[in-house]
Design a protein around this ligand. Sequence first.
Ligand SMILES: Nc1ncnc2c1ncn2[C@@H]1O[C@H](COP(=O)(O)OP(=O)(O)OP(=O)(O)O)[C@@H](O)[C@H]1O
Length: 268
Amino acid sequence: MIRLENLSVTYPGGLTALSPTSLEIRRGETTVLLGASGAGKSTLLRCLNHLNRPTSGSVRIDGLGPLSRRENLLAHRRRTGMIFQQHQLIGRLTALRNVLTGRLGFHSTWRSLFPLPHEDQCVALEALERVGLLDKALERVGNLSGGQQQRVGIARAIAQRPAIILADEPVASLDPHTASRVLDLIRRICTEDGIPAVVSLHQVDLARRFADRVIGLAAGRVVYDGAAEELADIDVQRIYRQGQAESRPSTDRAYTARPLDLATEESP
Ligand SMILES: Nc1ncnc2c1ncn2[C@@H]1O[C@H](COP(=O)(O)OP(=O)(O)OP(=O)(O)O)[C@@H](O)[C@H]1O
């Protein structure tokens, strides 16, 4: 379980992307974040492993403690499987070598310079088998289709033996059939392994089909939090209408929030 307590984010320049928010992310549950562009979905998602540093409030992980403590953050990040819209894979490397990068966090920097142990290779191959791509293990990722690449990205996340999966618009560039397949895979992993997944999406129909829970955001505030099957059209309208009514001027997205500087984290 992950607990957010009064979490807020104000970016340099003064834009409040997330107003104080308290909620819990539960094990085995797939949570979809819905909201208009600029509503704060990515900001909230990236706070869950402090890729975006909260301006106030805290993120606490059961069994670890608050992420404001450096050692908790490092341990949590090691066990956070991230899935991105653009896969973030290395095209010239094989699928297997890309998946193996999910094991690097378990080794020291100098150890990572050498081929990883046999056990890591087995974990990576198992992960590829789980996403149905074992036969592509030695294929260059650049030669795979967009959907296959996204499945390699999921395999890399699985290879981390994650305690949580965070997926930021994982199907934005996929056709509807492939998108369904990818989301089904994420949900299945989440259920089978008893871990939570938090997924930001733009498609309401996919949220209804694949989520257990939907959190609707509008202008940095949670305006819906409930079971996906109970998400009514009027709730959807509220999420998007309010988002437009309160939409804030979009800031220059070329400005990228600096990843958390671990050296500046509080120490116990
Ligand atoms: N690094 C940043 N610096 C300044 N402002 C930012 C930064 N990142 C996001 N913002 C602003 O914060 C607000 C929320 O952005 P966020 O990316 O969280 O929204 P989103 O719901 O994920 O949008 P989209 O669906 O378009 O990806 C937007 O107004 C955005 O312009």
